[in-house]
Design a protein around this ligand. Structure first.
Ligand code: ADP
Ligand code: MG
Ligand code: MG
Length: 932
């Protein structure tokens, strides 16, 4: 059948100017090839490449992504696309010697989505297309297997009904489940031909009822409708969410692959499976996957029956197994990367349906990269792109403390270790509940999403949960694949647990758990425990592998990476992860220490300079000791210290609390009064007798300090300008500590940073104070220390007049949190009220507080850098916002010519890798070889 040579005329006749919309593959050759992912999508490119390599791929054709983009623009498919499709179909029919859905041996096809970047399960696929009331009889006859024919037909109506006619899945599931119950069988395979015919009759009724039309009997109409539905599936909500999370361009569109069906559900020498050439969780080199006999399409990952480990295939069909191993090994060598493949066996014959670079955990990514370098498959230069910087966290995730594990707490040990890391959280049963209960900002709450199985509809809940637990599905199930991509702990297919979704209950080991109950998941081993278990830091062996990997990437890095750390402990941690300095040391956090908060509050409550100075005097030695600690930890590296920034009332009690306490004071018992004394001790209340006088005074001061919009209020350099004695004290503490450390042989490089500057005069005012105090201290102590004074750029005005400000500032550090707030006018703490809608509507592509808005805020960063350096060519420029640890923002900072990024200690490694990859891409002149 594959020997027919194709007539060349058709392609020659096509005018050169018309777009080639349809690419055929089959009979040993393909119009396209593996490099054409933009045009053919990943799946189409893979099918073409495999066909060209002579692998057993069912023939077909790919309608390219441009047709989808046109469909998005015009809501229709052009005549030219129709024409080329008909032409390709005719060619396929000739090749097969069959006709789509007609004749004694009808041709059936699958209609499969496939975009440039794989989006597992996000878009739609329809199988067995071409079947109708007539061709199903022909199929039954020609295969001599009515059960198979009706099974295929019911699947078509089900998929077509759902994907094309928008009928909800449960409509069909209910009919199917009822039939299984009636026939007293647990599995789909337990239904005979007659039962399936009854199912089909009911399915057709359901279609009529819900779609207000009959299931289309005309094969070509089916094909056209399915094609357009696949185009539309690019725009469905779950696909949109997936693209947002994975930063995939909305405009790419999907290709449509039309491919002749091979039947894994034909009989017991048929089946379907999926696999990986290496273990996607650990990276270990082992053949890995699952299959099901007498099954079709997604049965294997959907949990309808429990799949069989792929190694079993060796016993059941040794020849097929050997061929599959040989093919997938070849594919891995060819693509030089771990492959994730799909196959179907029909009557003992193997067919390859898909291959792509497999998604994997960070641990696996590094393990595979190192192995492949050792095997000589890839170079070290290629290897450094094989880890997504965001996945570095996998190495830093918690492990379960085995000492805290009591046998009675183990609920099951038989879950699959789908995605590593241990997490503790509260149970939720739906994605919506996960979103609701997970909270945000300071009120974040760890939730674990528990489901029989996750589906692409759950993606929003999976995003906010700390971990996922499922009772069904295998290592290649949706939950497993998606969580591995997210770097989130997952235990999948824990069959000993029962998830009763309607009752919102988790039952296991004779116990019942409800929403809100605490459990612990260990995604590294597949165990589930009741209650909160103690967690331990990451595995040193894995960290050693990461270190080896980083040693290949690091030489390319040109931009520095610092950390944000306020206390010596964090500074030490940052240094451990390779931070090359502190980019932001926030002094206010130091005031929250035990002994410090008292004098701090005293300082704030003082209503004159004298009182303030007295309190500041008490603070001076405390701050000096803090700075000395950080300097010591960062010996030899620069430390950027920001002067006091937040509005003062953050250090005072809440106005409402005070009002209540004052109103109720006379009715309080002596015990309650004692508690009040404790509560207000730091505000000068010494005994119960003081309360009556002290509280109203305190309230008066709180009201004085009250602001309608504290974020834009009396804060930042405005504090230091209105109360210069604060800046003086802080500068003194910094320089005294610096001199003391220097005398002890510690190399100190302080950079004093003035926050929230909008005008050059503010900078000049504060800079003068810092420099004067520095001179005083150096004179007093007889030692000088090199230092710098600079500013944070966090207001649009500062970015605009950066050229002026650079006259006074020796360095800039972009405070991109505030800069994002003030550029968008979004409050970071309140954006969650609008963000979900904005993302859903596509008004924003990403949370601008998570990934730097390169278009807007980024423009200010670029402009301020250019203008600042024009004035002062040696200007040191960095960024210290949350964005400093986010890979796409890091890349942007590198391209903009920043000297460093600074981020939380935990993200230093991520930033280092992102910066190294950005520079390596340039040096090696490669298009970043990251797998998406
Ligand atoms: P996804 O992108 O979600 O993986 P696919 O297009 O790969 O979707 O198809 C879904 C399932 O249907 C897969 O298991 C695939 O192997 C199977 N399938 C697709 N086309 C065919 C075909 N022509 N014959 C048999 N099975 C097919
Ligand atoms: Mg699918
Ligand atoms: Mg697939």
């Amino acid at each position: 059948m594959a020997t027919i040579t194709l007539p060349e005329v058709e392609t020659k006749e096509t005018k050169k100017s018309t777009t080639k919309y349809v690419y055929s593959f089959g009979g040993g050759k393909a119009d396209g090839n593996g490099k054409m992912k933009d045009v053919l999508g990943g799946k189409g490119a893979g099918l073409a490449e495999m066909t060209n390599a002579g692998l057993p791929v069912p023939p077909g054709f790919t309608i390219q992504t441009e047709a989808c983009r046109e469909y998005m623009r015009t809501n229709s498919t052009s005549k030219e696309v129709e024409r080329q499709m008909d032409e390709a179909l005719a060619k396929l029919e000739t090749l097969q010697g069959q006709k789509l859905g007609v004749g004694e041996n009808p041709l059936l096809v699958s209609v499969r989505s496939g975009a440039k970047f794989s989006m597992p399960g996000m878009m739609d696929t329809i199988l067995n297309l071409g079947l109708n009331d007539k061709s199903v009889e022909a199929l039954a006859k020609v295969k001599n297997n009515p059960r198979f024919a009706y099974d295929s037909y019911r699947r078509l109506i089900q998929m077509f009904g759902n994907v094309v006619l928008d009928i909800e899945k449960p409509v069909f599931d209910e009919i199917f489940d009822a039939k299984k119950k009636q026939r007293k069988t647990k599995f789909d395979t337990g239904l005979d031909a007659k039962a399936l015919q009854e199912v089909i009759a009911e399915y057709k009724k359901a279609v009529k009822k819900h779609a207000k039309r009959d299931f289309p009997q005309d094969p070509r109409e089916q094909l056209v409708m399915a094609r357009d539905a696949v185009f539309r599936s690019w725009q469905n909500d779950r696909a949109k969410t997936y693209r947002r999370i994975n930063s995939i361009d909305e405009m790419l569109g999907t290709a449509v692959n039309v491919q002749i069906m091979v039947y894994g559900n034909l009989n017991d020498t048929s089946g379907t499976g999926v696999g990986f050439t290496r273990n996607p969780a650990t990276g270990i080199k082992e053949f890995y996957g699952e299959f099901l006999l007498n099954a079709q399409g997604e049965d294997v990952v959907s949990g309808v029956r429990t799949p069989v480990p792929i190694l079993e295939l060796q016993k059941i069909m040794p020849e097929v197994y050997d061929q599959l191993r040989e093919i997938t090994t070849r594919l891995e060598k060819h693509y030089k990367d771990m492959q994730d493949f799909e196959f179907t066996i029909q009557d003992g014959k193997l067919h390859m349906l898909q291959t792509r670079n497999g998604k994997r955990t960070g641990l696996a990514a590094v393990q595979v990269a190192i192995q492949m370098v050792e095997e000589g498959l890839i170079t070290k230069e290629e290897a450094i792109f094989r880890l997504d910087p965001g996945q570095v966290v996998d190495f830093l995730v918690a492990r379960l403390d085995e000492k805290d594990v009591k046998p009675g707490d183990l609920l099951t040990a038989k879950g699959l270790p789908a995605s590593p890391g241990a997490v503790v959280g509260q149970i939720v049963f739906t994605a919506d509940d996960a979103v609701e209960k997970a909270g945000h900002g300071a009120e974040k709450n760890p939730v674990i999403l528990v489901r029989a199985e996750t589906t692409p509809e759950d993606i929003h809940g999976m995003e906010v949960a700390v971990g996922i637990l499922t009772s069904q599905g295998g290592m290649t199930s949706h939950a497993a694949v998606v969580t591995r991509g997210m770097g989130k702990a997952c235990v999948a297919g824990a069959q000993e647990i029962a998830v009763l979704e309607k009752l919102q209950e988790l039952r296991v080991a004779g116990q019942v758990f409800k929403e809100g109950d605490w459990i612990t998941l260990d995604g590294t081993t597949g165990r589930v425990f009741k209650g909160k278990k103690h967690l331990l830091p990451p595995d040193p062996e894995n960290l050693a592998k990461l270190a080896q990997f980083m040693s290949w990437a690091e030489p390319y890095r040109k931009m520095r990476v610092r950390a944000n750390a306020d206390v010596p402990r964090d500074a030490e941690k940052a240094r451990e992860y390779g931070a090359e300095g502190i980019g932001l040391c926030r002094t206010e956090h130091m005031f929250f220490g035990e002994k410090k908060i008292g004098p701090m509050r005293e300082m704030i409550l003082a209503d004159n300079e004298k009182g303030r100075r007295a309190a500041l005097k008490k603070l001076l030695p405390l701050q000096r000791a803090d700075f000395a600690g950080v300097f010591k930890a960062m010996d030899g590296l620069p430390v950027t210290i920001r002067t006091l920034d937040p509005p003062l009332h953050e250090f005072l009690p809440r106005r409402e609390d005070l009002m209540v306490d004052i109103a109720l004071l006379s009715s309080y018992s002596s015990k309650e009064k004692k508690d009040l004394v404790k509560k207000y001790r730091d505000y000068g209340v010494e005994g119960a007798g003081d309360l009556k006088k002290a509280l109203p005074l305190l309230l008066a001061r709180v009201e004085q300090l009250h602001e309608f919009n504290p974020m834009l209020g009396h804060r930042g350099c405005r504090l230091g300008i209105t109360y210069p004695e604060i800046t003086e004290m802080q500068a003194r503490a910094i320089f005294e500590a610096a001199v003391d450390c220097t005398k002890k042989g510690i190399k100190v490089l302080p950079e004093v940073m003035i926050p929230l500057v909008a005008t050059v005069k503010e900078m000049a005012n504060q800079g003068a104070i810092v420099r004067r105090v520095a001179d005083e201290v150096f004179k007093e102590r007889g030692t000088k220390v090199e230092y710098m004074v600079g500013t944070m750029i966090e207001l649009p005005r500062a970015a605009l007049v950066a050229g002026e400000i650079a006259k006074e500032a020796e360095f800039f550090s972009f405070g991109t949190n505030d800069l994002t707030q003030t550029t968008f006018g979004f409050s970071r703490d309140d954006i969650n009220k609008v963000l979900p809608t904005y993302l859903a509507e596509g008004i924003l592509k990403q949370d601008p507080f998570a990934a730097l808005d390169q278009e807007g805020v980024g423009q200010l960063v670029r402009m301020a850098t250019e203008r600042g350096r024009k004035t002062r060519p040696t200007l040191k420029v960095g960024i210290c916002g949350e964005h400093g640890g986010e890979p796409s923002s890091v890349e942007f900072c590198y391209k903009t010519g920043l000297n460093y990024v600074s981020c939380s200690p935990f993200r230093v490694l991520t930033a280092r890798l992102a910066a190294a990859q950005a520079a390596a891409t340039e040096t090696l002149k490669v298009e970043g070889g990251r797998t998406k």
